[in-house]
Design a protein around this ligand. Structure first.
Ligand SMILES: C[S@@+](CC[C@H](N)C(=O)[O-])C[C@H]1O[C@@H](n2cnc3c(N)ncnc32)[C@H](O)[C@@H]1O
Length: 254
């Protein structure tokens, strides 16, 4: 199996199955099930507050997945999100669940004019992107000159990882610093994902119900098994402290 196929199982097929499961279980499951890898609501609110999100702002969510974080931002802060995501079934899933505008596009080639957004965020995406410098340059380009860029980045804390999910490439802190400097982005604030409270039990329970239904309906499918394996590898790396999530509030240099 290629890296691309494994990532499609994890981010495309699973997205479609997630939207189907939510349709069967009820819309109250949508946001918890559609926050894939972006951490807890507490972490998202921290980031949203630091980015100064407020009513009417145009927020780009780059690598938006199934769209849970963008919906959270729209619901709580009143922003007008636009989603960009290369996996077309994920685009359809987010549109079906939340109805926000979405474009099928890779973060390295965003189909937007320069300076179009009042804020930009990209959550759990950098490690999945082949051209990471290209992604950062694009995030900066489409943000207004004084607009903040928020990221959740999973960093490698050791020289070598025993294994990693197909298609992922985790940077060290020093490598990330170089990438950011190259893109003309400066860290204004940061926080460790592990320092935020876990989601509330009802949030976790809703996400679990969706996962259980997907497993019942698709557990025998090779694509489900690949996606589950990918998730278990990243989960294991995080729980062993070999990879750690960091939230970043970035400003444009100069
Ligand atoms: C771990 S998921 C996070 C999804 C979402 N941001 C969230 O927090 O729920 C990573 C996402 O990055 C997307 N992705 C992969 N390659 C990408 C690229 N080149 N540009 C933008 N997004 C990409 C994947 O399809 C997937 O939806």
């Amino acid at each position: 199996m290629t890296d691309t196929e494994a990532m499609a199982d994890e981010f495309d097929t699973m997205a479609a199955w997630t939207a189907d499961a939510v349709a069967q279980l009820g819309q109250e499951h949508a946001v918890p099930a559609a926050c894939r890898g972006s951490g807890s609501p507490a972490a998202l609110y921290w980031l949203a507050d630091r980015l100064g999100l407020r009513s009417g702002m145009r927020l780009l969510d780059c690598g938006a997945g199934v769209g849970g974080p963008a919906e959270l931002a729209a619901h709580r802060y009143g922003v007008r999100p636009v989603l960009a995501e290369p996996m077309t079934a994920a685009c359809r899933a987010s549109a079906r669940l939340f109805g926000h505008p979405v474009v099928a596009a890779a973060g390295e080639r965003l189909p937007f004019a320069a300076g179009m957004f009042d804020a930009v965020w990209s959550l759990g995406v950098l490690c999945t992107v082949p051209d990471q410098a290209g992604l950062l340059a694009e995030l900066r380009r489409v943000a207004e000159p004084d607009a903040p860029v928020g990221m959740l980045v999973f960093l490698r804390t050791v020289e070598r990882l025993p294994e990693q999910p197909e298609g992922n490439s985790f940077r060290t802190e020093a490598e990330l610093a170089k990438l950011l400097a190259g893109a003309g982005l400066v860290v204004a604030e940061q926080a460790e994902l592990a320092d935020f409270a876990d989601p509330e039990p009802d949030w976790r329970a809703a996400a679990d119900r969706v996962e259980e239904l997907i497993e019942r309906q698709h557990g025998g499918d090779r694509r489900w098994q690949t996606a589950r394996q990918q998730e278990q590898i990243i989960g294991g790396l995080i729980s062993e402290g070999l990879v750690a999530g960091r939230l970043l509030v970035l400003r444009q240099a100069g």
